[in-house]
Every structure is written in structure tokens, then in C-alpha cells.
Design a binder for this molecule. Structure first.
Ligand SMILES: C[S@@+](CC[C@H](N)C(=O)[O-])C[C@H]1O[C@@H](n2cnc3c(N)ncnc32)[C@H](O)[C@@H]1O
Length: 204
């Protein structure tokens, strides 16, 4: 894999999933994030464009192969990053539910990769942020987790909304959320109002 391949592979992936750079930038700026952990990242390296220290974790062989060219990824990031100073990228090609040999982080990103928040919250500083979606139910589990405080959602046009939060995670007919089912099915419930991304602060 040469440099062009790395750039091209990332750009093709970014075009497929949608460019999340502005989303990560918004969260990084708002919460002054320097160190981010992204379990189940696949090859979404957009966090490194806006945050200087990023730890990616994925056990898929395609991701492991991509990150083998870490110097070329670093080069791409250096040419495209939006902050001054060096970028530091670490990739761990392992299961994120197993022990990670890392220092605490300011932000954890959880996108379509299982119960990332639950499995890795021990690496999040108290006061740190979990940015997650509810595709697999990770946001729902955080909502009912006493270690987290529900702080906001990402609204349209990439804005953080922190008002009327009690209208989220509400089921039709005010049914109660069945957490055992969420755990078993690995799928977020269909709420009356939902958001693409949710923000939680670790409070304990
Ligand atoms: C659907 S992809 C999403 C990738 C990326 N987060 C995104 O939104 O573009 C899920 C990724 O999570 C990884 N993954 C799922 N469970 C994992 C685990 N327990 N440990 C490490 N990686 C995991 C998979 O290998 C895969 O690359």
C-alpha cells in the first residue's frame, strides 16, 4: 500500500460514511478535547484532523492492515490537520473489551461498534465526554448508567443542543425501556424523538 492508496482508501471510506470532521471538531472545541479514544474506529481517522492525540482500536483485519501504514496516515494527517503542533496517532489492533494499555482520555467516540461506552468508560477521565449514537443501543445504556450524565444531542447543522433533553429516550406510550432487550439485541429502541448523536459526561 503506497501513500496514494492510504489517502484514497480513507477518502473512499469517508465518502461512504459521511464526513464527520465537523462533528468531531465541534465536540473537541466545545469540551477542549486533547486526547480521544475511538474503539471500533475501523479506518475513520477524521478525529486526528481536529484532535492532536488519538487512539484507535479495531480488531478487523482490514483496519489492522490499513493502520500498518501509520507513517503514511501520519503524513496525510499532517497535511490536512486543523491544529498547530504535532499529531500523535496510536492504533491498537485488538478487541476493545480487553485491557487497553492507555492513559485516560478526554473523549470516547462510539459509532456503530457495539457497547463501546460501557466497555471503555474506565479509560475516560471524570468530566470526560462520551460521544455516541444509538445504532447498537450504546446511547441508551449510557442514558441509564449512573456513571454518565446526559448532556446534549447533536442537532441538525452540527449544533449541540442541551435544552429539552427530557424529550429524548422517550418511548411511544411512555413504555419503559427494556435494557435487557437492548443488551441482548444490540439495537437502540425506536424513541419518539431521536438524534444522530448524543453527548454524555462521565460524572463518577
Ligand atoms: C460498522 S463498523 C463502524 C466503524 C466506524 N466506527 C464508523 O462509524 O465508520 C464497526 C467496527 O467496529 C469494530 N468492532 C466491533 N466490535 C469490536 C470489538 N469488540 N473490538 C474491536 N473492534 C470492534 C469492527 O471491527 C468494525 O471495524
Amino acid at each position: 500500500m503506497n501513500r496514494l492508496n492510504v489517502d484514497q482508501e480513507y477518502i473512499e471510506y469517508r465518502d461512504k460514511i459521511g464526513d464527520r470532521k465537523d462533528l468531531y471538531d465541534l465536540v473537541a472545541r466545545k469540551y477542549d478535547v486533547k486526547r480521544v479514544l475511538y474503539p471500533g474506529s475501523h479506518i475513520d481517522i477524521a478525529p486526528s484532523l481536529v484532535m492532536p492525540h488519538a487512539i484507535y482500536v479495531d480488531n478487523f483485519k482490514g483496519a489492522i492492515k490499513f493502520f500498518r501504514k501509520i507513517e503514511l496516515i501520519q503524513e496525510y494527517i499532517n497535511q490536512n490537520k486543523e491544529y498547530d503542533g504535532p499529531c500523535d496517532i496510536v492504533f491498537l489492533g485488538q478487541d476493545y473489551t480487553e485491557d487497553l494499555d492507555i492513559e485516560p482520555v478526554d473523549l470516547i467516540i462510539s459509532q456503530y461498534a457495539g457497547f463501546v461506552g460501557q466497555a471503555t468508560k474506565k479509560y475516560l477521565k471524570t468530566g470526560g465526554i462520551l460521544l455516541c449514537n444509538d445504532s447498537h443501543g450504546d446511547a441508551t445504556l449510557a442514558r441509564y448508567d449512573d456513571d454518565f450524565e446526559f448532556n446534549g444531542v447533536i442537532g441538525k447543522n452540527n449544533k449541540i443542543i442541551s435544552t429539552h433533553l427530557d424529550s429524548y429516550f422517550v418511548l411511544p406510550g411512555n413504555q419503559t425501556v427494556d435494557l435487557a432487550k437492548v443488551n441482548e439485541q444490540m439495537k437502540g429502541p425506536k424513541y419518539k424523538i431521536s438524534a444522530n448523536n448524543y453527548i454524555f459526561r462521565k460524572i463518577s
